[in-house]
Design a protein around this ligand. Structure first.
Ligand code: NAD
Length: 431
């Protein structure tokens, strides 16, 4: 989550910065990137604010006949480069501010990938585990109706996020399509393939993490075939990244799930370890030489560390003990700003989440293209196109890193901000 995402500029105490909100993080990173660029301050001022935030009431009938009322949001940040794009989350702690901050963060992520979308985020403050499938369906359909005027394939395209999944997207697409009187698959991404979902979407964030890791390893003149990797989290992102890196010759020595980590200095057989999707929380049930804790995994003496489970795991407390030579952020916001400072002081490179795990939104873009063209792509084509998009973004960020002599995170944000500012400059301020 970008609420856990971090930046590096610290005027406040570590504790204050580590608990900053998603909006504060997004704005701080905006200012930090703007400081490296010659951008009209009025454009920066506009980017500090969302374009529109909708708050809607979502009443549903529970299975027992009672009515319960929930609150939903859709925050749209900036659409200068194309329609808004961003996830929809069902979680008890969803707030207006969180949606605004995460929406801003999506603007930077789409721009660093040069995808013609702007940022958005939405959600409903609800614990989805308390809902039966039919209650969740009613909630989704009613929410779709409440935000219908704001979304659409050329306006704003939601996607799954915490607490939502391909089925949720199928209901949303159906509700929207029924009211529009035509089938509109491009209104959401992350759908089941039967209704226009893309091949390769699930594994895309892990694949992009693997591609970026491979490129970063080469940049730092390491050889992938002698590179050791530790990966925290063995879900969609962690397991897919681990298996690809393993296939490409790296030695994955440690992986973990919520229960703990396994470690074999000779390398693990990543394909034989079930991912979270295949068998939830089975990592520590494997027969391997060493079982260690998640904290120990983060401090292993490896070449590359990939935190791919959750945010805020690299902190002021453990940053000095991280022994990896390179960190690639698979999860969103795994590094706190205090840890970022420590890593910068130690010259330990951290390749940021907005680049490394952007394969997800990139393949969402491919899904949208397939939907509006009514033509599906093969898995090979999706993976080939993802590879070239990731390499292009990697090169742009690497060039900014080399030319400006700044941190990788700042390099990624300057690439993004430069593109957004150029579009605002060209279009001007309406009316
Ligand atoms: P997932 O639910 O598929 O897997 C999460 C994994 O992390 C599981 O193995 C789980 O056991 C483990 N885990 C949970 N709590 C843990 C803890 N306290 N310590 C160690 N391990 C823990 O999730 P995912 O889709 O792989 O997402 C992981 C991260 O990547 C999240 O930050 C997510 O926001 C981010 N991300 C996901 C996508 C996507 O499309 N899946 C895209 C971009 C970013």
């Amino acid at each position: 989550m970008a609420s856990e995402s971090v930046a590096a500029d610290r005027d406040d105490s570590e504790a204050e910065v580590d608990t900053e909100s998603a909006v504060e993080t997004a704005r701080r990173q905006l200012h930090r990137a703007a400081a490296h660029l010659d951008i009209d301050p009025a454009i920066v001022e506009r980017l500090k604010h969302p374009t529109k935030v909708q708050e809607v009431t979502v009443p549903i009938e529970r299975d027992d006949g009672s009515v319960e009322v929930f609150t939903g949001y859709r925050a749209q940040h900036d659409s200068v480069r194309g329609p808004h794009k961003g996830g929809l989350r069902y979680h008890p702690e969803v707030t207006r501010d969180e949606c605004v901050g995460l929406g801003m963060w999506m603007t930077w992520k789409c721009a660093v990938m040069d995808i013609p979308f702007g940022g958005a985020k939405g959600g409903i403050a609800v614990d989805p585990k308390r809902l039966s499938p039919s209650e969740k369906e009613r909630l989704t359909r009613r929410f779709a109706e409440e935000i219908r005027d704001s979304i659409g394939p050329n306006r704003d395209i939601p996607a799954p996020d915490m607490g939502t999944d391909p089925q949720t997207m199928a209901w949303l697409m159906d509700a929207y399509s029924m009211q529009e009187g035509e089938t509109v698959p491009g209104v959401v991404t992350g759908k089941p393939p039967a209704v226009g979902g893309s091949h390769g979407r699930d594994e895309a964030p892990g694949r992009s993490v693997a591609i970026v890791t491979r490129e970063a390893v080469e940049y730092y003149e390491m050889d992938l075939s002698t590179t050791t990797v530790a990966i925290q989290g063995y879900g969609s992102v962690g397991a897919n990244a681990a298996r690809l890196l393993d296939d490409w010759g790296a030695t994955v020595v440690a992986v973990s799930d919520v229960n703990g980590a396994i470690y074999d200095p000779d390398g693990l057989d990543t394909h034989s370890i079930p991912s979270h999707d295949e068998v939830p929380e089975a990592v520590t049930r494997q027969s391997v030489p060493h079982t260690i804790t998640n904290e120990e995994l983060l401090e292993l003496d490896v070449d590359v560390l990939v935190p791919a489970a959750l945010g805020n795991v690299l902190t002021a407390e453990n940053a000095a003990d991280v022994r990896a030579d390179l960190v690639v952020e698979g999860a969103n916001g795994p590094t706190t700003s205090a840890a970022d400072e420590i890593f910068a002081d130690r010259s330990l490179p951290v390749i940021p989440d907005i680049l490394a795990n952007a394969g997800g939104v990139t393949v969402s873009y491919f899904e949208w293209l397939q939907d509006i063209n009514r033509r599906s792509w093969s898995r090979e084509r999706v993976n080939d196109e993802l590879e070239s998009e990731m390499l292009a973004a990697w090169r742009d960020v690497r060039d900014a890193f080399d030319e400006r002599g700044i941190r990788w995170r700042d390099a990624a944000y300057t690439v993004a901000l430069e593109r957004i500012a150029a579009a605002h400059e060209a279009r001007g301020l309406w009316p």
